[in-house]
Design a protein around this ligand. Structure first.
Ligand SMILES: [Zn+2]
Length: 440
């Protein structure tokens, strides 16, 4: 959902005194969003969360200092409260909810991506949808959380006492499984669970029918909607948003899980129309980060996975680009663990572990290389999980070369499993060169 618009643009003219301000990410400069001025704000002690009251007995707990701008909802009944998502887990959410209500609180997540479950561990009663995706995520994870606290993702200060080194999504216990159609009675308020798989297999919406409140999680929010993850199912998403659009006449407020809490019910049929336009191929994709594209239709923008050939090409291009700027970490992030690199010399058959020290020495000595693909062919296996390619390369020190190899799909990402670099020898020179090699 985040928009990273040219985050480095501000650096170009930065004077040293202004550096701190100019490294502020673009999304952060655009805050606060206009809508928040129209909402009733509820004071809390935390400097990390901002709390608003978009409807009677509903608190929107917003995290404006992190690029996801996640919103969790505390929904009150007479007897108990439901917390729909628990945010990033960067600051103490339990402290905030205890300032807002004394009712017993149960947690249910709109889905179990890391930015919605961060403080689940702080609560005794956490319901879960009965899916393998939910069960797997309840074990916690570290990588997704770590990526969320890179400097480009933070706006202002992390909370005092926060330790970036140990930041992770902590595991939680699922107290009971819930299913689509289940009702949660809070006393004077009933919430219906509507399974809306698509963004993830366990994505749900909550419908407070009596009050016309539809909590949509990441199925809809007023920002770029993320549909690029390996666990995303576009056909399921399409069916889910049609179910929601059918409810629109009964909805007064749509409350999404990012950016801003209040949207009109007209977004529900609007979303169906926009997604249909995108799926019909009437809109051209705009390249986003490597392997991803955006589609914009009216007020809706979707971030989706690029076509497989574009994803493979993006990996190879980014890998070459990483070499040209001697970025060792990025260069090696594109290899499969069991990858093999073959250089132009017959002795050069390297595993990743053997190749890394060689590359590091060259990158450190600034004797890195620039390869630019002038032509490339990519083919796929029938199951779509293996790709092979060949490319003609303009190179900085070997002239025209050929690269060929194999990529494999691992955890939804294309990784280079084999790369073979060769110097094509013109036929007219072949016998002479073969003789020279024989004489050596
Ligand atoms: Zn999500």
């Amino acid at each position: 959902m985040k928009m990273h618009l040219l985050p480095l643009l501000g650096l170009v003219l930065a004077a040293p005194a202004l550096l701190a301000q100019d490294t502020m990410p673009q999304w952060c400069r655009e805050l606060p969003r206009a809508q928040y001025k129209t909402l009733a704000r509820v004071p809390v002690k935390s400097g990390w969360f901002e709390v608003y009251k978009p409807a009677d007995g509903v608190f929107a707990i917003y995290e404006p200092h992190q690029s996801e701008e996640t919103i969790s909802y505390l929904i009150l009944g007479r007897r108990s409260a439901l917390l729909f998502d628990t945010g990033m887990g960067i600051a103490d959410l339990r402290k905030v909810t205890s300032e807002l209500t004394r009712l017993p609180i149960a947690v249910l997540n709109s889905h179990t991506h890391a930015d919605h479950v961060g403080a689940n561990w702080q609560f005794e009663t956490v319901y879960g949808m009965d899916t393998d995706f939910t069960r797997a995520n309840a074990r916690g994870s570290r990588d997704a959380a770590q990526a969320e606290i890179a400097p480009s993702e933070i706006c202002g200060q992390l909370p005092p006492g926060f330790d970036p080194k140990t930041y992770a999504t902590r595991p939680w216990k699922i107290a009971a499984f819930k299913h689509s159609g289940d009702r949660i009675d809070l006393g004077g308020r009933t919430l219906e669970i509507i399974a809306t798989p698509g963004h993830t297999p366990d994505a749900i919406c909550l419908f407070d029918r009596a009050n016309g409140l539809l909590f949509t999680g990441d199925t809809y929010y007023p920002g770029q909607i993320w549909l690029h993850a390996p666990e995303t199912d576009l056909a399921a998403y399409d069916a889910s948003i049609r179910r929601l659009a059918a409810l629109a006449p009964e909805v007064k407020i749509v409350l999404g899980a990012h950016n801003a809490p209040v949207s009109p019910p007209s977004v529900l049929p609007g979303l169906v129309d926009a997604f249909e336009t995108v799926r019909s191929g009437k809109i051209s994709p705009v390249p986003a980060s490597p392997g991803k594209v955006t589609f914009a239709s009216g007020q809706f923008t979707f971030l989706m996975a690029a076509a497989p050939s574009a994803q493979v090409a993006a990996v190879l291009d980014d890998w070459h680009q990483a070499a040209s700027v001697a970025d060792e970490a990025r260069y090696f992030s594109h290899f499969a663990p069991n990858a093999v690199f073959m250089g132009t010399d017959a002795t050069e058959r390297w595993t990743v572990a053997e190749f890394r020290p060689y590359v590091k020495t060259r990158f450190d000595a600034k004797s890195n290389w620039t390869f630019h693909a002038r032509a490339r062919h990519i083919e796929f296996s029938g199951d779509g999980k293996t790709a092979w390619f060949d490319e003609m390369l303009d190179t900085s020190d070997l002239g025209l070369c050929r690269g060929s190899g194999v990529l494999v799909l691992l955890g939804g990402e294309w990784k280079i499993a084999q790369y073979n670099l060769s110097i094509p020898i013109p036929n007219a020179l072949a016998s002479e060169i073969v003789k020279k090699i024989g004489a050596k």
